[in-house]
Write a protein that binds this ligand. Structure first.
Ligand code: GLU
Length: 405
């Protein structure tokens, strides 16, 4: 066989496909083949986008808002984003300090692509959202993962941060509430990390606040740039409408950070997507400026679901799950299942085997913890109605009870 003529970009060739999307694709394929699956895999709210937001999108089309906007976003939306950062996060932000992108993912991509040179290091606390290390890799950087296990509440400690920083460190990625663990950083914890960062002025911080409003038990949300204003000039605070307003498919994310960085990200975006979808921007404007009661309603529903799911998972033999304080994920250790054999004769050698067998034999889709940098765990997204959640947890319990030693 002759050598292939075409080759992939080497950064892409070495990157892994999105593990969450791989599971979502498997679910879609099984359903298309007539299979019944309860999916606890995708991290997206099951609620409909609020009606007034949908109406704003429809009205935008009717009004002929179907052309390009400015690359950085509609001025009115950027003003609303700045007002959101002022109102909810206490950040002194002007509309020019903001950038609107096609989803939160593009905010991250833009920031890293705009700043990383080959071999630059990005500290990624593990467990992490599956896409962080891969975006770093795609941008030519090197993800330096720092293990943050259950003993530290799945959170980065100041000592672990200090030990991971090198002269090549360009970024630290923080995500609170966290995907996949639901861990939430308190003010004092962020302050302690900020103390370490202040001694390393070359390190930028990406604060991924996308789950900001999904925070339970009356806990307050804190973000690094607010907790330590002296770091403001090197923090990119990012957020979006996907999780807060059940708008994942509209693809609108946004960020605020130092002017040089926002400018660089805008330059990149201008050669890439030309800016986010105009219709979605009008809808996002309605979400940010209209009634906010949806946020409280969905938070209440998610807290109720969390309580039910964590209780049912902890009743499943071989699973152990701490109570997550935010987001809509439960991250359960499945260590006690490793080495067991399923009714269909599959030996479970890893958390990925557990996830595959759960899908094949119990009809429940989850995502393996090792895809998030910590195994053996499974991530359960409880963004689903209560009845389906109960059914899924009971199917998991039954599956676990019938495993053979
Ligand atoms: N953030 C969500 C998740 O973790 C959506 C899918 C993705 O982009 O990874 O499931």
């Amino acid at each position: 066989m002759s050598a292939p003529v075409h080759s992939l970009n080497r950064f892409l060739a070495e990157a892994r496909p999105s593990a969450t999307y791989k599971v979502m694709d498997r679910v879609a394929a099984r359903r298309a083949a007539g299979g019944q699956v309860i999916s606890l895999s995708a991290g997206e709210p099951d609620f409909d986008t609020p009606a007034h937001v949908c109406e704003a999108g429809i009205a935008a089309i009717r009004a002929g808002h179907t052309r390009y906007t400015q690359v950085a976003g509609l001025r009115a939306l950027r003003e609303a984003v700045a007002a959101k950062f002022r109102r909810e996060n206490g950040l002194d932000v002007d509309w020019q300090d903001t950038l609107v992108c096609s989803g939160g993912k593009q905010v991250i991509f833009n920031a890293l692509a705009a700043t990383l040179n080959e071999g630059d290091e990005v500290i990624v606390p593990a467990p992490y959202w599956v896409s962080y290390p891969e975006i770093v890799q795609l941008c030519g950087g090197k993800a330096v993962t720092v293990a943050c296990g259950a003993d530290s509440g799945f959170k980065l400690t100041p000592d672990a941060l200090a030990a991971a920083i090198t002269p090549r460190t360009r970024w630290l990625i923080l995500n609170s509430p966290s995907n996949p663990t639901g861990a939430v950083y308190g003010r004092a914890e962020l302050q302690a990390l900020a103390e370490v960062l202040r001694a390393h002025p070359q390190v930028l911080v990406l604060s991924d606040d996308i789950y900001e409003h999904l925070i339970f038990d009356g806990l307050a949300f804190h973000t690094l740039a607010q907790v330590e204003p002296r770091l403001r000039e090197r923090v990119l605070t990012m957020n979006g409408v996907s999780k807060a307003y059940a708008m994942t498919g509209w693809r609108i994310g946004f960020g605020t950070g130092p002017a040089w960085l926002i400018e660089a990200m805008e330059k990149l975006q201008g050669q890439q997507t030309s800016g986010a979808c105009t219709i979605s921007q009008h809808a996002a404007l309605a979400a940010l400026t209209g009634p906010q009661d949806f946020i409280q309603q969905s938070r209440t529903a998610f807290q109720r679901r969390r309580d039910m799911v964590v209780e049912l998972l902890n009743q499943a033999p071989g699973l152990h799950c701490e109570v997550p304080r935010g987001a809509f994920y439960a991250f359960a250790s499945c260590e006690a299942l490793i080495g067991k054999t399923t009714q269909a004769g599959t030996r479970l050698n890893s958390d990925e085997d557990v996830v595959n067998a759960l899908l094949d034999e119990a009809g429940v889709a989850t995502v393996h913890g090792s895809a998030f940098g910590l195994g053996p765990y499974i991530r359960i997204a409880y963004a689903l109605d209560d009845v389906s959640l109960r059914q899924a947890c009971e199917a998991i319990q039954k599956f676990n009870r019938t495993l053979l030693d």
